[in-house]
Design a binder for this molecule. Structure first.
Ligand code: CA
Length: 224
């Protein structure tokens, strides 16, 4: 699940990015409207969190422009005040929900999850479960099964498995995995990826994830 955050205040932006990443989302963060407009179409986003107060255009205008361009990703607007006029402007601009500052992080996460779920239902395609061989993963409820048995994973194990499943059959580089799952806070020499691959293998089976010598790891595609 990939989320775009548009927020210019460093402190809040950092908290949102870290918090949503901890929750298992892949997060892209931009700090102004121009970059938001340029970035929105660059990836397959599942949701966006858009602040109203930005240094160039306001969030209402960003949302309206994206909608006019046909961008359908669900948008959660962060408004500074709990003013009815702000809520109406946001919804008129094409936002799907709004949250007033200050908000609890738990509520923000719940709203983002609800938006992603509703968007899937509206498209007539409830968010698809991923399946590779015997392993099944539900990105919204965050549950994983191996055959009929549910497997309980930590947040990072879950994110790593989702990444491997979405790219099954492809070799993923250690450095790329590290950045996508842990962000760039870890030194490149970190062996955390190897450690988590071991955890996944012990829970899902040793042959679930193959080592690709000199590169990283690959989740085997199921036999046709
Ligand atoms: Ca702001």
């Amino acid at each position: 699940m990939r989320v775009l955050i548009v927020e210019d205040e460093d402190h809040l932006a950092g908290l949102l990015k870290r918090g949503l990443a901890e929750e298992g989302y892949t997060v892209d963060l931009v700090g102004d409207a121009a970059r938001a407009l340029a970035t929105a179409g660059s990836a397959d986003y599942d949701a966006a969190v858009l602040d109203v107060v930005l240094p160039d255009l306001d969030g209402f205008e960003v949302c309206a422009r994206l909608r006019r361009a046909g961008w359908q990703v669900p948008v959660l607007m962060l408004t500074a005040r709990d003013a009815v006029s702000d809520r109406i402007r946001g919804l008129d601009a094409g936002a799907d929900d709004y949250l007033c500052k200050p908000f609890s992080f738990g509520e923000l996460c719940a709203r983002v999850r609800a938006l992603i779920r509703r968007a899937g239902v509206a498209r007539g395609q409830p968010v698809r479960q991923l399946r590779v061989g015997e392993i099944r993963l539900d990105p919204i409820s965050r549950r994983v099964w191996s055959g009929p048995a549910e497997v309980y994973l930590s947040t990072k194990e879950f994110v790593l498995l989702e990444l491997m499943m979405r790219n099954h059959g492809q070799a993923l580089e250690r450095a790329g995995i590290l950045e996508l799952v842990w962000g760039t806070r870890h030194p490149i020499t970190s062996n955390v990826v190897d450690q988590y691959v071991r955890y996944l293998r012990s829970k899902l089976g040793q042959d679930t994830i193959e080592t690709v010598r000199g590169i990283g790891y690959r989740m085997a595609s199921p036999a046709p």
